[in-house]
Design a protein around this ligand. Structure first.
Ligand code: PMP
Ligand code: GLN
Length: 385
């Protein structure tokens, strides 16, 4: 009999992601799927045509490792005009296979065995495994109720000799909170006193509401030398399945980032990058339409759900809306999300899964990047409960 080595998981406690679990359950039960965050409508036709054009005109081989130059150049212009800094497209921007790859590479650059990384709970689920796989440990700090803000005094008290990085996410998934100017001032003050890298997950940078400006780390010259700023075309162009993201970081950090990126994927797919470059250059106003586009979806969903027994939490950005179900059920959120999907045919995401130590709260996350008719069907179910 052959024997093979014993397999011991490097990610104990990690199962299949909640997004996969809930979307599959929604499919199995033919439920309205307001769980996993993806639009049920297409991106701009001209962009889709662009991909088709490049697919049919021989642009189907490897892209340059750091990304198609025209895309990096278009991004450098966008960064300059939106946030101010002159970033060098040759040395400071890397195109990745989704923001997920960029987050993994950035965390792999900075985290060494024994290092600590601060994340804020509820935290997007890809940060912790990337830290763990690199031998680090996450320090989970709660965002404080009721509006899910960072307690900067607590951050400072948690910084120690082992602290290597802080992961920020604004607009924030799953709560929809956003960093404000005063948060950035507190962060800059901390950065002037302590050594740490910053990994800033800004995939929802254009999905921010009520006239509030996105506080990109790219706006702050003093933070740039220590920052990896990560975003995703999937959110901006309603094309989550294309998995193209990018990382902006100073030359020294980008060099290390690319050293890892080249052995994770080497490069991301060519025709999509070429089409994104054309579209971004031809229609720089497109991403500027996103706040209004998604704010009207948020407002529609909230208006339709208002008569229900759910309590709406504020959503200042992202395409997620938290609903408090305390008046409806005593069940925990994981059980209730499952029950609603199977019995009521409406899928959502339980929020407790994004916590290391979930607090006493009864929250489900609903995704509103859906056709108005889908939102109306979802809201109708919620109003019956
Ligand atoms: N960060 C956050 C907060 C997200 O919601 C997502 C969405 N999937 C990602 C990162 C990953 O983005 P991508 O699909 O481009 O990998
Ligand atoms: N970011 C998406 C969400 O929050 C899902 C991404 C994924 O499925 N990995 O729903």
């Amino acid at each position: 009999m052959q024997s093979i080595p014993e397999l011991k998981t490097k990610l104990p406690g990690v199962g299949t992601t909640i997004f996969t679990v809930m979307s599959q359950l929604a499919l199995d039960h033919d439920a309205v799927n307001l769980s996993q965050g993806f639009p049920d409508f297409d991106g701009p036709a001209e962009l889709l045509d662009g991909v088709s054009h490049y697919l049919h005109h021989g642009r189907n081989q490897y892209a340059p490792m750091a990304g198609v130059p025209s895309l990096r150049e278009a991004l450098a212009k966008k960064v300059q005009s939106l946030y101010g800094p002159d970033v060098d497209p040759d040395t400071e921007i890397t195109i990745t296979s989704g923001a997920t790859e960029a987050l993994f590479c950035a965390l792999s650059v900075v985290v060494r065995p024994g290092d600590e990384v601060i994340v804020f709970d509820p935290a997007y689920d890809s940060y912790d495994p990337a830290v763990t796989l690199n031998g680090g440990r996450t320090i989970h700090l709660p965002l404080t109720a009721p509006d899910f803000r960072i307690d900067w005094n607590r951050v400072e008290a948690s910084l120690g000799a082992r602290t290597r990085a802080i992961v920020l996410n604004s607009p924030h998934n799953p709560t929809g909170s956003v960093l404000r100017g005063e948060d950035l001032q507190a962060l800059r003050a901390l950065a002037s006193r302590h050594e740490f890298f910053l990994i800033s997950d800004e995939v929802y940078e254009h999905i921010i509401f009520d006239g509030v400006a996105h506080e990109s780390l790219l706006r702050y010259e003093d933070l740039l030398p220590r920052s990896f700023v990560i975003s995703s075309f999937g959110k901006t162009y309603h094309t989550t399945g294309w998995k193209i993201g990018y990382c902006v970081a100073p030359k020294a950090l980008s060099e290390e980032f690319r050293r890892i990126h080249q052995f994770v994927t080497f490069c991301s797919n060519t025709p999509v990058q070429l089409a994104l470059a054309d579209f971004l250059s031809a229609h720089p106003e497109h991403y500027l339409t996103l706040p209004d586009f998604y704010q009207s979806k948020r407002d529609l969903f909230c208006r339709l759900v208002a008569p229900s027994r759910f309590r709406l939490k504020p959503s200042a950005g992202t395409y997620f809306q938290l609903l408090d179900y305390s008046e409806i059920s005593d069940l925990d959120d994981v059980s209730l999300a499952r029950e609603f999907t199977v019995r009521e045919k409406l899928a959502s995401i339980p929020v407790s899964v994004f916590y290391d130590d979930p607090p006493e709260q009864k929250l489900l996350r609903f995704c509103f990047c859906k056709d108005d008719a889908t939102l109306a069907r979802g809201a109708e179910i919620l109003c019956r409960l």
